[in-house]
Design a protein around this ligand. Sequence first.
Ligand code: ADP
Ligand code: GLC
Length: 487
Amino acid sequence: MAVRDLNVLFLASEAVPFAKTGGLADVTGSLPGALKRLGVNVRLAIPFYRTIREAAFQTRAVLNDLHVPLGREILPCRILETETPDKVPVYLVDSPWFYDRPSIYGEGSQDYGDNMERFCYFSHAALAMSQRLSFRPDIIHCHDWQTGLVPALLKGPFRQMGASSVFTIHNVGYKGLFPEWRWDITGLPWEEFFHAEGVEYWGLISLLKSGIVYSDAVTTVSPTYAQEIQRPEYGMGMDGILRHRQVFLRGILNGADYRLWNPSSDPHILSHYGPEEMSGKKVCKEALLRELNLDGSMAERPLLAIISRLDNQKGFDLLLPILDALFAMDVGLVVLGSGDGHIQWLLQEAERRHSGRMRTHTGFDEPLAHRILAGADLFLNPSRYEPCGLTQIYALKYGTVPVVRGTGGLEDTVHPLDYGTGEGTGFKFYPYDGWAFFGALREAVAAYYNPPLWRRLQTNGMHTDYSWDRSAGDYLELYQSLKVAGK
Ligand code: ADP
Ligand code: GLC
C-alpha cells in the first residue's frame, strides 16, 4: 500500500507551537511533520484554547455548524484550520465555553472541574468533524487520557467510520479517572463498555484504560518504559491490563526536533556553538550567571540545572535532602519549574540557604529553558519514572552532560561514561535513593575537573542523534500493518 494513501489524524490536548505544558506538546508538534516528510497524509486536531486565540496564527473556519452530543445535550462547535510550521494542517476545535480560559488543564494546582466534559467533548467533536470533512482518516492516533475515549467510540457508536486507532501512553500516571455517575458524558453504551475488561477501573471511569483496551495498537514513548509499565512498580495500577494487551504494545522512542533544540542555530541563546567550536558555550554560561544573579565564581565551577514540571515524578524528593552535601562540593544549581507549590516552597527555602549559588525560577518560560540548556554544565533527571524525557535528549545536544536515574527513556538515551574507552554520554544511578544520586553527581563533578575527559563527554553527547526520522519510520510501519490487517 502506498504511503501517500495513508490518512492519519492526530488527536492531542496540546501541541507546539500552539499550546504546551510539557513534552507531549513537543511530540505532537513535531512527529506529524516527520511523518509528512515520509509521505503520510497527516493532520492534527487540538482544542482552540485562549492562548491560541490570542496568538497571531492565521486561521480560517472550515465548519461553522457542527453539533456535538455531550450527555443529554447537543452543543454547538466550530472547526477552524491552521497549520504547523511544517505545513501540517491543524484543526482547532472551538468551543469558547470549554476552552476560552486562562489555562489548558486548570489554574493554580487545581484541575478544571469539568475536564471530563472538556475532553470528551473534544473527542466527540473530532469524530463528528471527521465524518463531515473530505479528509477521511484510516488511522486516528490518540495521545494520553484526554483522547482515550476515541478508541472506544470507534469500537462503538462510530464503528461505521472504519478507522483504526493507535493510542500512545505518554504517562501512565495520569489515568483520567472520573466517577461512574458521569458515564453519560462518554456517549458509550453502558452494558457494552462499563465493566472490568472495559472502561471501568475499580468502580470509576478511566479514560486512559479506555484508550489502552479499545485501541488497535498501544504504544508508549520508549522501549524500556514499555517493559516497565507491565510491572506493578511502574504500571500504577494499569500493569495488569497492559500485560493483557502485551502483543499490541510497543515502545517507540521519542525524537527531538533539532531545528528547535540546537546550539548552532538556537535564536534564544547569546552565542552559537557546536561540537567543533565550544567557546560559545562559555559565553552562554557567563550570560546565564549574570541573568540569574549568581556568583561570578561559578563560571569556573560546575553549574547544574533542572528544567522540569515540579512533580513527584521528577525526583525532587531525592534532590532536596542532598542539597547541602551537594553545595559542599562548590557547585551552582539552577532550577526552572512550575507545578506543585510545596516542592516550589522547599526549593525556594534551599535557595535562601545557598544564595548566590542556587536560583529557582518558577513559571513556564520557554526561552529561559533554552538559555539554561546552553549555559549549564550538568543536567539532572533523577526521575522516579520517566516515560521518555526530552530534556536530557536536548541537554546532550547542548553539551550539557546528563546525570540521570536509569529508568524509562532516560535508560534508553543516556549511556554511562566508560573510563576505558572514553565512550558514553553521561552518568547514571539506579536505586531510587538520594545517596545513589549523590554518588553519580560526585563522579560527574570529578569528571568536570578533568578537561580532556569532560570535552570528550560533551562531544559524545553533541554527536548523538535522536532526530525523529527513525521513530517516525516505526510509526509508519505500525500504521501500515494496521491498514493492511484492515483493523
Ligand atoms: P514531561 O513531559 O514529563 O514534563 P519532558 O522531558 O518530556 O517531560 O518534556 C518537558 C518539556 O517541557 C521540555 O520541552 C522542557 O523544556 C519543557 N519544560 C518543562 N518545564 C518547563 C518550564 N518551567 N519552562 C519552560 N519549559 C519547560
Ligand atoms: C510525558 C512524560 C515524558 C515524555 C513526554 C512526551 O509527559 O512524562 O517522559 O517525554 O510525555 O512523550
